[in-house]
Design a protein. Structure first.
Length: 175
């Protein structure tokens, strides 16, 4: 009898976990985003956060913030529970845009995914890639401090630019 009760309890827990994993994520709603706005931004991080919130609200994005300030929407988590590490070699497709919508780079346009060591890219990418499994995809809005900071890069990315990346993690491996 005790074995039957333990088995039923284990099955109940398993069913609950399965149900919870299939329900919608706890995304920030418009009111939550409003509450996250910084009233009198004093730092670049606060200014960026307000820009990201305004963009997310305008585009009706359903996502969350990381502790570091990246706003993310995971469209597809990818396979399994394994995620890239600092030592991983990544293969990814992406499109990079400014919040104005201007595209500044795209591996899709070149019809060739980017291959890189995770330590070779901006901090925002290092964090974003770790949220996806193989085959996963998402949109990541990266504050300037995790992108290029107060440096301008190329013709399009000015200092303190918030960057938006649509990213697909094709593969990763330890090297």
């Amino acid at each position: 009898m005790k074995t039957l009760i333990n088995t039923l309890f284990a099955m109940f827990i398993l069913c609950m976990l399965t149900t919870m994993s299939c329900t919608p994520k706890n995304y920030l709603g418009s009111k939550d985003l409003d509450a996250s706005m910084v009233d009198s931004p004093q730092t670049q991080a606060d200014i960026d956060r307000n820009k990201i919130i305004a963009y997310a609200k305008a585009k009706k994005l359903k996502g969350n913030f990381t502790e570091s300030g990246i706003f993310y929407v995971i469209e597809k988590e990818g396979e399994g529970i394994e995620r890239p590490t600092a030592e991983s070699k990544i293969t990814a497709h992406y499109t990079g845009r400014l919040l104005s919508g201007k595209k500044f780079d795209s591996s899709y346009d070149r019809d060739e995914p980017l291959e890189f060591k995770l330590t070779q890219v901006i901090k925002g990418w290092q964090e974003a890639c770790r949220m996806l499994g193989k085959g996963g995809s998402g949109t990541f809005i990266i504050p300037s401090g995790l992108a290029y900071g107060d440096r301008a890069v190329g013709n399009d990315i000015t200092e303190n630019s918030v960057l938006l990346f649509a990213m697909e993690l094709i593969d990763f491996r330890l090297e």
